[in-house]
Design a protein around this ligand. Sequence first.
Ligand code: BT5
Length: 258
Amino acid sequence: MLDNIRYEYYESVDSTNDRIKKRAHEGEQQGLVISAGMQTAGKGRIGRKWESPENDSIATSMLLLPDELSIEAVPTITVVAAMAVREAISQLYGIEGQIKWPNDIVFDGKKICGILTEMEMKDARPWFVVVGIGVNVHNRIFDEEIAYKATSVDLELEKNLSTAKTAHRLELTQKIWECFKKYYNIFITTQDMTGLKEEYERNLANIGKRVRIEARENSYEAIAKGIDSKGELIVEVQGKEKIIRTGEVSVRGIYGYT
Ligand code: BT5
């Protein structure tokens, strides 16, 4: 169970995920959160870059030391974290994002958050897991290559005239981890999405939509149906159901077709 959350903040780091890994190697306990005002080498999945400019966004990572966690359950933690970010923004600011399976939060098809979960093994078992979350909070302009598909909490609040306030990074960071604790402790009892699937699917942008599955060997179109208990995406291809694992493919359709 995740219990005691402890926060540390730095002006600038390479990557909050890498900082957590270092601390894990030094014997740190579960529940440490490291956040930073900016990252000089923020990481996305599979070697991609994550932009976290100075004081505009949240870059925050948590150390988990789960007892007896199966390797298969580790990618599901990303799915759990996505729920937490969506819920935290909703609770604090009253705006409702959707989840783009597996790990993005989107508003009108634009990405506000990315999540990178990493793991290290010991004795053929997961030793520690790092959950890294990046949220665009005050960002108004983005690098050219992501400008068409990125948004921030402040930009979304401005669209919503009834909520004339700006977001607050510390408040949002703490709310995200508070929500994460709630969802993670539900997840960890079964090590799957049994207790969370219904809420996840309610907020899933892909559901019922046409998606393009881009696997290494081929690429095809399908209809997203929902998730299974492991958090894998269930799609329908030519009348047959197929399971898409996290990390296996890229799923397009929410940011437009390419
Ligand atoms: C992700 O990867 O979305 C995971 C991002 C995780 C970032 C956090 S920040 C704290 C912790 N420390 C780290 O070093 N990382 C984690 P992926 O699904 O691969 O998406 C990466 C892609 O998103 C890039 O190739 C860009 O196209 C786009 N992108 C980069 N920065 C963005 C931003 N600030 N907002 C929206 N999209 C962005």
